[in-house]
Write a protein that binds this ligand. Structure first.
Ligand code: TRP
Length: 454
């Protein structure tokens, strides 16, 4: 069936390119910036274990479903969901998944870009040697000074939005594909260099234990919600990004093995980031629960102390910015691809309009780190609210609906064919996971989150 529909946006040149693009989407600030700081905030090992279980039993099966529906639909998530519902005789209302997803992607982009802006700012800070030989307190102060300067934050937020629009505007083959080819391997290499540094610290064992000692007495209810939400965030699930990328996937490629590869790479990058950051935290007397600034306060210390640190440090933040870039693209793609299909505007026009709006909303997040820091809703700043609403509510809800649609409404035979399973025993395992286990996990965590169960 997917051979019959055609993507008007282009097709990835090969399965490897799809893996690179999907990994480019998955691996981003979520892995290097967010995973370590939420792990620090929610108590370490037990949180990591819940997160890993979510990746395995919720993330991987749902990613397979998203890529499958996208490839079979060959359109934007909204129109693919419409087509898939039609194909299987269900109500067109299922396209709500696509609408909610496009909105979630847009909202995430608004703050994602602000954080990515910090990384760009740090390229210059590292490059100028600002961190040579500094101690923990100075590193914290440099970061604090950045947050206190809205002008500086806006400048780099703007730069990041512009480069993202540039790629999305150019489209799949010219834009997205070229960007990811070299960046991902380079980022991986640099992380391994950093791992070498943190292995040399006396506190490596302490950092390791922090990540991998599963003490369940330390884990709160909210930690479950955040771990589940993060498993969606880090794998780029729940809003149709993987559906959009799946629409450009070559027809013959195996979805299961591809998805497992992407999820494994994503998880490895997150765990390495944790193994790099926590030993530095403990070696310098910093606070694991320091919050969103964790990566920006710790890694410069490592670079400030190691030989060649200025060069490595500069390079590292360049790569983080690139990792964020290849992720941000996929936040906008669901909305943009829909508008390209369904309105008479061109891709560049649509991209610029949506990007300008995202830039504007992003100013709220910029201000929430300084002038609006005290303006709170339910104890959360503007940035916190957007982060919580998208990652912990919208993405899991989107994922739940995708699981229910694929597991219970979509025709089993279509899934079987599209996944190219040929009677493999993996198929029933996937099907029953997505029917029962993934939805139950999301509902269970959701009920825990709102306090209906313990
Ligand atoms: N996965 C990316 C990260 O970890 C963020 C991201 C990009 C994303 N596209 C997405 C999250 C789509 C959810 C859905 O940094």
């Amino acid at each position: 069936m997917s051979e019959q529909r055609q993507s008007i946006h282009g097709i990835w040149n090969s399965r490897i390119i799809f893996i690179l693009a999907a990994t480019g989407s998955a691996v981003g600030l979520g892995n290097i910036w967010k995973f370590p700081y939420i792990t620090g905030e929610y108590g370490g090992g037990a949180f990591v274990l819940v997160y890993l279980l979510c990746i395995l039993f919720v993330g991987v099966p749902i990613m397979m479903a998203e890529v499958m529906l996208g490839r079979r639909g060959r359109q934007s998530p909204i129109n693919s969901m419409k087509a898939m519902a039609e194909e299987t005789g269900s109500t067109p209302l299922w396209q709500i998944i696509g609408w909610m997803g496009a909105l979630a992607g847009f909202l995430i982009l608004t703050f994602y870009s602000v954080i990515a802006g910090w990384a760009i700012d740090y390229v210059f800070k590292m490059g100028s040697g600002a961190f040579n030989g500094v101690d923990g307190a100075t590193s914290e102060k440099i970061f604090g000074d950045l947050l206190a300067s809205p002008g500086e934050l806006i400048l780099f937020h703007s730069i990041f939005i512009i480069v993202t629009l540039y790629i999305v505007g150019k489209g799949v083959n010219e834009g997205l594909e070229k960007a990811t080819k070299f960046l991902m391997p380079a980022l991986f290499l640099l992380l391994v260099v950093l791992l070498g540094y943190s292995l040399s610290l006396d506190s490596f064992g302490q950092g390791f234990d922090f990540l991998f000692t599963f003490d369940f007495s330390k884990i709160s209810k909210e930690a479950f919600v955040v771990a589940l939400g993060h498993s969606f965030f880090t794998l780029s699930l729940g809003l149709g990004a993987m559906m959009a990328y799946g629409a450009y996937m070559p027809a013959k490629a195996s979805i299961a093995s591809t998805v497992v590869t992407v999820a494994a790479l994503d998880t490895i990058v997150a765990l390495i980031s944790g193994l790099v950051i926590f030993p530095i935290v403990f070696a310098n007397g910093l606070e694991p629960g320091a919050g969103p600034g964790l990566m920006f306060q710790t890694l410069p210390l490592a670079f400030g102390q190691m030989p060649g640190g200025t060069i490595f440090g500069t390079l590292f933040f360049i790569l983080v910015a690139f990792a964020a870039w290849s992720s941000a693209i996929s936040l906008l793609e669901p909305g943009v691809s829909w508008a390209v299909e369904s309105t008479r505007f061109t891709r560049p026009q649509i991209t610029i309009a949506l990007g300008a709006l995202a830039w504007f909303v992003g100013l709220g997040s910029v201000l929430s780190f300084n002038h609006w820091a005290e303006a709170k809703l339910l104890g959360k700043t503007f940035f916190d609210v957007l982060d919580y609403l998208t990652a912990n509510i919208m993405l899991p809800l989107g994922g739940l609906l995708i699981a229910i649609f694929t597991g219970w409404f979509y025709k089993e035979k279509f899934s079987h064919d599209e996944l190219r399973m040929n009677g493999s025993p993996i198929f029933p395992i996937w099907l029953w996971t997505i029917r029962i286990i993934s939805p139950l996990a999301v509902v269970y965590v959701g009920l825990k989150g709102v306090g209906l169960i313990d």
